[in-house]
Design a protein around this ligand. Structure first.
Ligand SMILES: N[C@@H](CCC(=O)N[C@@H](CS)C(=O)NCC(=O)O)C(=O)O
Length: 215
């Protein structure tokens, strides 16, 4: 059994979608903001989600894990699913997983969080918004020549990208022109296990984007 600590956030959805798609048995444990639940704190999550406790970890011992991409890779290796074993295909899948985690998500998150400020740092917000749009353009070009982000098959790379693409597409109208991203989102969003994993974190999100320059 795998316990996954959840809140309705996109990075948490990476873990729950992966758990659904891998078929591994899991239990979603909601954690309120500011939770001091000792079991949750002991995972080292530092107030964040996702975090998991794999009760049957390596060597039969429990394994606590934070960091959504580390969780994706652990669950892929445990289940033998969604991470290619061929070295070339695996390298490309990990390359795009990291691109989604470190190039696409941070500028979008910066736009999102800066929009909450009473006095938004407008030049910085504009820079991050332009950056997020440029990164989605690179993803769009990738998806013009590849059915899925990581290659010909559905992998952890798609799971790394899909939840924040849903939020980004809703919040940043400028992303609407990326037809290949939209085609891919329809493909991923039609998967019943993706739908179940997206819903497993609960309802709502912390707070919407207050304003977008590209609106
Ligand atoms: N690098 C971590 C980031 C986790 C993270 O920041 N999660 C957000 C939700 S999307 C969170 O819990 N934030 C709460 C906070 O920063 O206090 C990962 O990929 O799992």
């Amino acid at each position: 059994m795998i316990d996954v600590f959840v809140r309705p956030t996109t990075l948490t959805q990476r873990a729950t979608v992966m758990l659904e798609e891998s078929g591994l048995p899991y239990r979603a444990v909601p954690v309120p903001w500011g939770s001091t639940d000792p079991t949750y704190v002991a995972t080292g999550a530092r107030g964040r989600t996702p975090a998991i406790i794999d009760q049957d970890g390596p060597g039969g011992e429990p394994l606590s894990l934070t960091q959504s991409v580390a969780i994706l890779i652990h669950l892929a290796e445990k289940s033998g699913k969604l991470l290619p074993t061929d070295p070339r295909a695996r390298a490309t899948c990990l390359e795009w997983t990291m691109m989604l985690a470190t190039d696409i998500y941070p500028p979008y998150a910066a736009v999102y969080f800066m929009s909450w400020l009473d006095e938004p740092k407008l030049p910085a917000a504009a820079w991050f918004e332009d950056r997020a749009i440029a990164e989605y353009a690179a993803l769009d070009a990738r998806l013009a020549r590849s059915a899925y982000v990581g290659g010909a098959a559905f992998t952890i790379a798609d799971i790394a990208g899909y939840p924040s693409a849903v939020l980004g597409m809703a919040d940043l109208p400028a992303l609407g022109r990326f037809q290949n991203v939209r085609r891919w989102m329809d493909l991923i969003g039609a998967r019943p296990k993706v739908q179940a994993g997206m819903a497993a974190v609960g309802e709502g999100r912390p707070r919407g984007l207050v304003a977008s320059r590209s609106a």
